[in-house]
Write a protein that binds this ligand. Structure first.
Ligand code: ADP
Length: 267
């Protein structure tokens, strides 16, 4: 493994609590290098899962947070001007394909469609990445795998992956784990007691029931971890929940009242 790619190797095991058979299934998809789509709401463990899997498979992981300003060149690479003239610099997707990493495109739907199509030739039997500006065709390294994340809740007709893109991937569904498992995760990540973690999870469950009834997204596991971390440092639970759980997700005064009431029920 060369120096360029070594920096992407994950040395220490990222903690991941399996929820179902996703670890075994992912290993099977990696064995056949199937491009994968991790579907689920934000903050439910998709990124942590792929980090854990890259570590377990001992493969470097290159993560790209996608956004609407991203161009194909941001993924593939570009010519740069320096003192000695122009030189080509591989983008993250090209580095992953050339050197054999798992490339994780987080929230790929945020990227414009002309950007997403650059992944097409990498996701079929050809496994190639054309660097048009450079006039090079990269044949993907045998270890290369493409993984994307996708939040089904966010999509509108205007902003969705094209069927021709979706059908190139296998998919694993992610969701917030059940009460016991989520409590275990919050305890592990924050150091709060199981009792406090369980209360935080109960508040999140209330909020998740309000999704679609005034809330766009429920309280995520990530948010519970923020709240738990504050409580672990000695912040009063009411204040911690207000800051980490309630205020970020809604500006609606009635909804804030409803969520604050849920906090008072449990703390
Ligand atoms: P996503 O990529 O789905 O937006 P993340 O993977 O960043 O979400 O998850 C947010 C946080 O929740 C992680 O940093 C991790 O602490 C925690 N988490 C969620 N699910 C799990 C899990 N199954 N095992 C361990 N940690 C988890």
């Amino acid at each position: 493994m060369n120096d360029i790619i070594k920096q992407y190797v994950i040395e220490k095991e990222p903690y991941y609590r399996p929820v179902a058979d996703e670890v075994e299934l992912y290993e099977a998809t990696y064995a056949v290098r199937m491009p994968m789509m991790l579907k689920g709401p934000t903050g439910c463990g998709k990124t942590r899962f792929v980090e854990h899997m890259a570590w377990k498979l001992n493969k470097p992981l290159i993560t790209v947070a996608c956004n609407e300003d991203m161009t194909a060149s941001d993924l593939v690479g570009r010519f740069l001007l320096d003192a000695s003239g122009t030189r080509w610099q591989d983008g993250p997707l090209a580095i992953a394909a050339r050197h054999g990493a798992i490339c994780y495109l987080d929230e790929v739907v945020e990227a414009r469609q002309d950007t997403t199509v650059v992944i097409h030739p990498l996701t079929d039997a050809r496994r190639v990445l054309p660097l048009e500006k450079k006039g090079e065709l990269i044949q993907a390294h045998p270890d290369f795998q493409l993984v994307i994340s996708y939040n089904p809740g966010y999509q509108s007709l205007m902003k969705d992956l094209k069927q021709s893109t979706k059908q190139r991937f296998g998919a694993l569904d992610f969701n917030y784990p059940n009460h016991e498992i989520e409590t275990e995760i919050v305890t592990h990540e924050t150091g709060v007691s199981g009792e406090v973690a369980s209360k935080l999870v109960s508040i999140a469950e209330r909020a998740r029931n309000l999704k679609g009834h005034g809330l766009d997204e429920g309280i995520s596991t990530r948010m519970l971890i923020y709240a738990g971390s504050l409580i672990a440092t000695g912040v009063n639970p009411h204040a911690a929940c207000r800051v980490a759980l309630v205020r970020p997700i809604t500006d609606d005064p009635d909804m804030r009242d409803a969520l604050d009431a849920a906090v008072t029920t449990f703390f």
